[in-house]
Ligand binder design. Structure first.
Ligand code: AMP
Ligand code: ZN
Length: 114
């Protein structure tokens, strides 16, 4: 997707602070962190949101969560706790139309984060 900022990050057309990458998944630091640790985990395939997942994408979704598991262990937040959020559509305030999962961690959270 030519005008998708996350596809541009995947293609290295714009810089990002990458923390994890494999064949299917990329994870990088959020440019506007809302917690001490704020990482975005995305599929390399352009999918707009959870609503746009198709039959067969369940393998990819599993790979995203396997990546989240690895990132949690690598950063140590598996011990302290973290939150995973995916904003979907207008009411949730999704601003980037490329499926992404926020990993938030680093301090105690209330119910109002993201
Ligand atoms: P959402 O509001 O759920 O769509 O989240 C989009 C997230 O992408 C926000 O938290 C932004 O701060 C983040 N973001 C936007 N552009 C970039 C970028 N170039 N690099 C890293 N994070 C970004
Ligand atoms: Zn995209």
């Amino acid at each position: 997707m030519d005008d998708c900022i996350f596809c541009k990050i995947i293609n290295r057309d714009i810089p990002s602070d990458i923390v994890y990458e494999n064949e299917n998944v990329l994870a990088f630091k959020d440019i506007t962190p809302q917690m001490p640790i704020h990482i975005l985990v995305i599929p390399k395939k352009h999918i707009e949101s959870i609503v746009d997942l198709k039959d067969g994408d369940e393998i990819l979704v599993g790979k995203i969560f396997t990546a989240i598991n690895k990132i949690a262990k690598d950063t140590g937040i598996d011990k302290t706790g973290f939150r995973v959020i995916s904003n979907c559509g207008e009411d949730a305030g999704q601003t980037v139309k490329h499926l992404h999962f926020h990993i938030l961690a680093g301090e105690k959270m209330g119910a109002d984060i993201i």
